[in-house]
Design a protein around this ligand. Structure first.
Ligand SMILES: Cc1cc2nc3c(=O)[nH]c(=O)nc-3n(C[C@H](O)[C@H](O)[C@H](O)COP(=O)(O)OP(=O)(O)OC[C@H]3O[C@@H](n4cnc5c(N)ncnc54)[C@H](O)[C@@H]3O)c2cc1C
Length: 536
């Protein structure tokens, strides 16, 4: 039993979760001084240097204060022993701990949403909302907005080996794209990033911090929402735990759930909205039997190949003197590895002829690393000291589906099933062969130590084993509160939870299908469009 129940405060909108989407909504909905907004966030503030400093995110992952570390059920489809799923737990959510790659996806990604039933979410519809957020730091461009709060920049300091990756891709026939965020993205390109002057700009920094002084906006941190409250089929508020106290908030107009692709379906289920049988087994009274809540979990399943090289890479330069040098470089002119997004060069490619659009995203790292982890130990990223480079590949449109479930003891579980569909494994096998061809191009041949490289498989079965053994996600979960015009979709195309008044979901969970590339920019776009839908 709660030790204290505090009387209810009331606002027009209660937003649950101040992450990539929630922080934007808090800003946009409180623009009108007559509208009162309360944002409730389970994590804390996001002002620590580790959040602002681009490289700092490596120290935030796997730490319970900043990472939800959602429990991951064993996944027989991959070899990884990872037992938790990382998600940002603080204001800014994922945007406070992510790799800061700003990328929107392709025109076809959104046209496919529309075909899948998300009427009004085709490329032409969503395009203005990407631009609305943006404060583009580069030369004027049709592809970018300049009047929004979120600084987007080209990367300040590119590692010299990125040029090798570009040359290798060009040798395979991929064009170099000076601009990739305009809807057409097949080719190789340098990443763009949500930074200003080398510092991270999360949605907390860009959208929330500047408006914290608004008298009609309250932000409550360290407050985990436990349930949504209902009356006569309408969401009327939430109850949340802060320390020992269970408190309630009332919503005159709407409760908006922006708790992320794991947190949002979990909250709906704990509030009685979800697969009826699952809820009954967990002892939760069924308010609405909605089979699709938590289903349709999509993630970019990925794999990688590392090669030893004959010149220094970031993992061969990690001694104390290197760290001092990197810090000095960052402090001097915000350049060097401490100020760089996680991936500086990428490509979108077709692994086979005959495909109508790219089927893989390639990520180039001028370093070699291994990841592993457990809930007890936290995620470890280990690096060998031998110079090496890594090229990762992720499936642009994965067919595998997982789910978020509530166990009978009400424990949350993420059933990953990352490579459960053989089509994804086949795509990754083709991608691995493509990466092997990349390493054989003249550009890479000058640097790769083929004498030290491990032997590659010579059968498809061997490739498949390699793909599965190195299989991993890349922190892009979506789809667990899928939007659509179909009856079984969790939310309609205005993001209202079907069959309940006064309740919406606005975050990555509503995406019906994964875009080809990273998910932060699409999530921010969803929040911008949702603000218009809500205020209309
Ligand atoms: C390590 C990492 C690296 C990534 N790198 C990139 C990248 O480089 N580029 C890119 O485009 N994308 C990247 N992503 C993905 C991107 O950040 C996410 O897609 C995006 O942040 C999702 O936004 P969201 O609003 O759906 O959820 P989130 O940003 O996760 O927000 C959910 C918020 O809700 C809060 N919350 C959850 N449950 C509750 C509750 N019950 N009560 C109150 N609050 C609650 C959480 O603490 C969080 O603040 C990365 C993600 C991670 C984790």
């Amino acid at each position: 039993m709660p030790s204290e129940v505090v009387p209810c405060e009331v606002a027009d909108f209660i937003i649950v979760g101040g992450g990539s989407a929630g922080a934007i909504l808090a800003n946009r909905l409180s623009e009108d001084p007559a509208v009162r907004v309360i944002l409730v966030e389970a994590g804390g503030e996001a002002k620590s240097l580790l959040v602002q400093l681009p490289v700092g995110f490596t120290k935030l992952i796997g730490k319970p204060d900043s990472d939800w570390m959602y429990p991951l059920e064993p996944d027989a489809s991959i070899g990884s022993g990872a037992s938790f799923w990382t998600a940002g737990k603080m204001l800014g959510g994922g945007s406070s701990i992510n790799g800061q790659v700003y990328i929107r996806g392709t025109r076809q990604d959104y046209d496919r949403w529309e075909e899948a039933g998300a009427t009004g979410w085709g490329f032409r519809d969503v395009w203005p909302y990407f631009l609305r957020s943006e404060n583009w730091q580069g030369a004027p461009s049709q592809a970018h907005g300049r009047l929004g709060p979120l600084p987007i920049a080209t990367i300040r300091d590119v590692h010299p080996l990125c040029a090798t990756f570009v040359a290798g891709c060009e040798a395979l026939g991929l064009p170099f794209l000076p601009e990739h965020n305009g809807g057409e993205m097949e080719g190789v390109f340098f990443t763009q990033t949500n930074q200003r002057n080398g510092w991270r700009y999360s949605t907390e920094r860009a959208f929330l911090r500047p408006v914290r002084g608004r008298p009609n906006l309250d932000v409550i941190t360290h407050a985990e929402v436990e349930t949504i409250l209902f009356e006569n089929g309408r969401a009327i508020g939430v109850s949340y735990r802060r320390g020992d106290a269970l408190q309630t908030l009332g919503a005159r107009r709407e409760v908006i759930v922006s708790a992320g692709a794991v947190g949002s379906p979990a909250l709906l289920m704990r509030s009685g909205i979800g697969p009826g049988e699952m809820l009954r087994q967990a002892g939760i009274p069924v308010f609405r039997d909605r089979a699709q809540v938590g289903r349709n979990l999509q993630e970019h399943c990925s794999t990688s190949q590392t090669r030893p090289v004959n010149r220094p890479t970031l993992n061969s330069q990690t001694g104390p003197l290197d760290m001092v040098r990197y810090l000095a470089k960052f402090l001097w002119n915000r350049s060097g590895p401490f100020g760089s997004p996680a991936v500086q060069t990428m490509a979108l490619a077709r692994t086979q002829t005959g495909l109508s659009e790219p089927d893989v995203q390639l990520h180039f790292f001028p370093l070699a690393f291994e990841t592993g982890g457990s809930v007890e130990k936290g995620t470890e990223v280990s690096m060998s000291r031998d110079p090496a480079v890594t090229i990762g590949a992720s499936v642009a449109h994965p067919a595998s589906r997982g789910q978020v479930v509530l166990r009978s003891d009400r424990r949350l579980g993420v059933e990953h099933q990352l490579m459960s569909d053989p089509r994804d494994v086949a795509t990754l096998v083709s991608a691995m062969k493509m990466i092997a061809r990349l390493y054989a191009t003249p550009a890479f041949s000058q640097i790769v130590r083929h004498d030290l490289a491990p032997p590659l498989p010579d059968t498809d079965a061997g490739w498949e084993e390699l793909v599965r053994s190195r299989g991993a996600g890349v922190y892009h979960p979506v789809g667990t509160c899928r939007m659509g015009s179909q009856e079984d979709a969790v939310v309609d195309t205005a993001l209202r939870v079907r069959g309940i008044d006064g309740l919406r979901v606005v975050d990555a969970s509503v995406m019906p299908l994964l875009p080809s590339t990273n998910t932060n920019a699409p999530t921010m776009m969803i929040a911008e469009k949702a603000a218009d839908l809500i205020l209309a």
